[in-house]
Design a protein around this ligand. Structure first.
Ligand code: GLC
Length: 429
């Protein structure tokens, strides 16, 4: 937990700009030094929005570098290990992907087409934007096709996820049950995260053993997508991924129209329609949100987390569902000191400081605010923005914030917190 006072930590555009520059490794931005020394996919997408306000060419470069690590099958890995770093575990040798740019073997919430649409629309240099967009479109399309082909081979309309890390919400209590049946590795390893951050804020060892089992599983089976789909001991429908993929898919279609790009558009429209029809299966009329699902047991994962209201961001809720979620969010904001916590505070598994079990992440609040505004709930959007701003103003650019106190947690000088400050918090809702 940070000991700093607001006076010691100047917050604002200059400080946020300085963080992006400090975390810049030449063409890509690390989330924070030490704890996360590589390029993470959704961090990088969000960070690009921050760069856009400082240096437009640099913003496009963030995306270009990430897509250079795209796999031949279209997947954009969740981590690109551009250089070696002793401060991080598990590194490229554990993942064993064997790709030209060493990488992990899973993806992350596919927010790229959404951030690229913002970049295109807000870029002052429109000829730069048009040129960069043109080059990125086939790659974005291949990425979206990968999700539907590999993660929903049965065309159910709901893609699946094979690892809690893929959700970006690594330690969410929503994953406790499905992860709980995954065996743990028995080999010895040394975690590096605990040397950077208070262990009270990080996942426990049994969870880590299971995370690593899954990493071994993909490698031991040669990353064979059909085998993994049929046999992976962890297979969930993650509402966060489904919602983010849906919004990004709509944004991608819009970008294709702008650039007169037709390849894959019709098929993508059909996928979006399939998801719209399927999403109701996840709705909980009792809890007023969309639950994640365990595809192995067939059961709903009935934990109210910030992901379960992300269908607002994906435009996937009907009017009644949106109204119910707006009420839920309003009461939820009343129940914590700051922001929308990653897990609902009434959950017995809520912990205000532990990774994804309670703390507030600013970029998630941004996504929910965008979704709420789209459905006409501008007061909710404003509350989310004000509260996120309060976190940063009081504590600084932390990875995440204690929902009960607003104190900064995790890594300091964090890129996506700086970027959302530049792109979102320094602007009116
Ligand atoms: C953690 C977070 C994930 C993020 C990464 C880098 O693993 O859970 O969402 O992308 O750190 O910041």
């Amino acid at each position: 937990m940070s000991e700093t006072t607001p006076e010691q930590r100047p917050v604002g555009i200059d400080a946020a700009t300085a963080i992006l520059r400090q975390n810049d490794r030449g063409g890509y931005t690390i989330p924070t030094d030490g704890l996360y020394p590589f390029q993470w996919s959704w961090d990088s997408a969000i960070t690009g929005l921050g760069w856009l306000t400082i240096d437009e060419k640099r913003a496009w470069q963030e995306a270009e570098t990430m897509f250079r690590g795209q796999w031949d099958n279209g997947m954009v890995p969740h981590i690109l290990f551009h250089k070696g770093a002793e401060s991080y575990f598990p590194g490229p040798d554990v993942w064993g992907s064997g790709t030209k740019i060493p990488s992990s073997a899973i993806s992350q919430p596919p927010v790229w087409a959404t951030t690229i649409r913002f970049m295109y629309e807000k870029c002052r240099d429109q000829s730069l934007a048009a040129e960069k967009l043109r080059a990125l479109l086939p790659k974005l399309m291949a990425y979206h096709e990968w999700w539907y082909r590999e993660r929903d081979p049965g065309d159910t309309g709901l893609v699946c996820s094979y690892h809690p890390w893929e959700s970006g919400m690594d330690n969410s209590p929503a994953w406790d049950k499905p992860l709980g049946v995954v065996p743990g590795v028995s080999w010895e390893y040394k975690r590096r995260d605990l040397g950077h951050v208070d262990p009270e804020q990080r996942p426990h060892k049994p969870e880590y053993d299971r995370y690593l089992y899954l990493v071994d599983f993909y490698k031991d089976h040669g990353f064979d997508s059909q085998y993994i789909y049929d046999n992976c001991p962890y297979k969930v429908i993650d509402v966060g991924i489904v919602s983010i993929l849906q919004r990004a898919g709509n944004d991608l279609i819009e970008l294709c129209c702008i650039a007169d790009y037709e390849d894959g558009v019709e098929a993508l429209q059909a996928e979006l329609e399939r998801t719209r029809s399927a999403i109701n299966k996840l709705w909980s009329s009792e809890h007023h949100c969309f639950f994640n699902h365990d595809l192995i047991t067939g059961q709903a994962l009935d934990e109210v987390t910030s992901a379960t209201v992300l269908p607002l961001f994906g435009g996937l809720a009907d009017k009644k569902q949106a109204a119910a979620m707006a009420d839920l969010i309003g009461a939820w904001l009343d129940a914590t000191k700051v922001g929308l916590s990653s897990t609902h505070p009434s959950s017995p598994r809520y912990e205000s400081q532990r990774y994804w079990r309670g703390p507030v992440w600013i970029h998630i609040n941004w996504m929910i605010a965008l979704g709420a505004a789209d459905y006409g709930y501008s007061e909710i959007a404003q509350r989310l923005q004000d509260s996120a701003r309060d976190c940063v103003t009081a504590a600084g650019f932390w990875e995440y914030f204690d929902a009960d106190t607003g104190g900064g947690c995790g890594g300091d000088d964090f890129s996506w917190t700086a970027a959302t400050t530049l792109f979102w918090l320094s602007n009116p809702a």
